[in-house]
Design a protein around this ligand. Structure first.
Ligand code: NAG
Ligand code: NAG
Ligand code: NAG
Ligand code: NAG
Length: 332
């Protein structure tokens, strides 16, 4: 290649780089983003009011937003209402979820709403629980610290990672470390805890002052402020519940999801389209609980969802009794 040509290509490269950085600042980027976001919003909004939304369909999809107390509903209600064989295999674990499994009636997962695209939509009822976003963020931080801190019993990070691999291979079932968003948040926090421990050992911190703000003890653990301002938190935690209901988390089946999140981060005014879609989805759900009103929510859950699950199970049993009676009898 001649040096003139090389220079030409180099200039073209500079031009491309410049024009793309310019584009990110001028209106072109905004209108491009706006058109991507509104197109998605339009195709994701259901305008019909479904008469049957109060009726439990064949499949109950519990969209479990992390740190809303959903596990209580799972263990105390759903697991008791359904028999084990009704649970869709590998609930909580998208990687192994087989949407073609025909007979399952209960799906509980931290996956986002976009999973609906893999389910028989008109035969699926969705339920979820919401919580004040600020409290949810505190709780996310606390849980990440709590789970990560369990590894400190190991002498060093290498041994902790080896141990978690061994746990994962022994129990192919669901572990916190395998499921979104913990599979990202916990290893990140774990590594940070080990780094701080190493720094303490090397005498980088003199004393740990007592009676300090527990969210800001940097000698021991990543402070809340550092946590929440990290790009990882921006990607996974900020507006997490809205993105999950909208089906746009970084665990989404929607191909444009990263682009849309990127656009909204850059142009927060576009966030209202996401919020509108999320609200529209909530409108069509069978049930929504509130963490803050646990008693009221649990009561409504029992009346609204629990009773329908029971009558559905009864109907199914009667049907299968009749069916097997016919099957065992003469040919019909
Ligand atoms: C970390 O722990 C493992 C297992 O206990 C040990 O084999 C390894 O030597 C340790 N590494 C360091 C750097 O201390
Ligand atoms: C956290 O504590 C440090 C002192 O250790 C202080 O300088 C800083 O302002 C505190 N940050 C917050 C957000 O309270
Ligand atoms: C989701 O976010 C995590 C943490 O930032 C990142 O490691 C992962 O690659 C992301 N996944 C996708 C599909 O973007
Ligand atoms: C069982 O057989 C009877 C008569 O043969 C029929 O009327 C009934 O509908 C059948 N039930 C089912 C569930 O197929």
């Amino acid at each position: 290649m001649t040096s003139a040509r090389r220079l030409g290509m180099f200039l073209m490269l500079i031009f491309l780089v410049c024009s793309s950085t310019l584009a990110s600042k001028n209106d072109g980027d905004f209108s491009n983003c706006e058109s991507i976001v509104t197109k998605w919003a339009k195709s994701s909004t259901e305008y019909r009011v479904k008469e049957s939304k109060r009726t439990l369909k064949d499949l109950l999809f519990f969209l479990h937003i992390p740190r809303t107390g959903g596990r209580t509903y799972f263990h105390c209600f759903l697991k008791k209402l359904y028999v084990k064989s009704d649970e869709c295999p590998h609930s909580y674990d998208k990687l192994h979820f087989d949407p073609r499994e025909p007979k399952c009636r209960l799906l509980v997962t931290h996956d986002d709403y976009s999973l609906m695209s893999k389910l028989p939509e008109d035969k699926t009822s969705v339920v979820t629980i919401l919580r004040n976003p600020a409290d949810r963020i505190f709780s996310t931080y606390e849980f990440a610290v709590e789970v990560a801190a369990r590894f400190l019993v190991h002498p060093n990070l290498t041994s902790a990672i080896q141990m978690s691999r061994r746990i994962a291979s022994k129990s192919p079932g669901v572990s916190t470390l395998n499921i979104w968003p913990w599979k990202y948040l916990v290893p990140w926090m774990r590594e940070d805890l080990f780094n701080r421990r190493d720094a303490r050992r090397q005498g980088e911190f003199r004393t740990i002052k007592e009676s300090r703000n527990p969210y800001n003890v940097s000698e021991l653990v990543m402070p809340l402020l550092t946590f929440i301002e990290d790009p990882m938190a921006h990607e996974i935690i900020h507006n997490g519940a809205t993105f999950q209901v909208a089906g746009l988390t970084n665990n989404s089946y929607v191909a444009e999801s990263p682009t849309i999140r990127h656009c909204v981060r850059r142009h927060p005014v576009l966030g209202r389209y996401i919020l509108d879609v999320a609200k529209n989805r909530l409108d069509r759900m069978l049930y929504i609980g509130l963490t803050e009103d646990h008693k009221g929510s649990a009561t409504i859950f029992a009346n609204m969802v629990g009773s329908q699950v029971l009558s559905q199970s009864q109907a199914l049993n009667m049907h299968s009794d009749k069916f097997s009676a016919n099957e065992t009898g003469k040919k019909f």
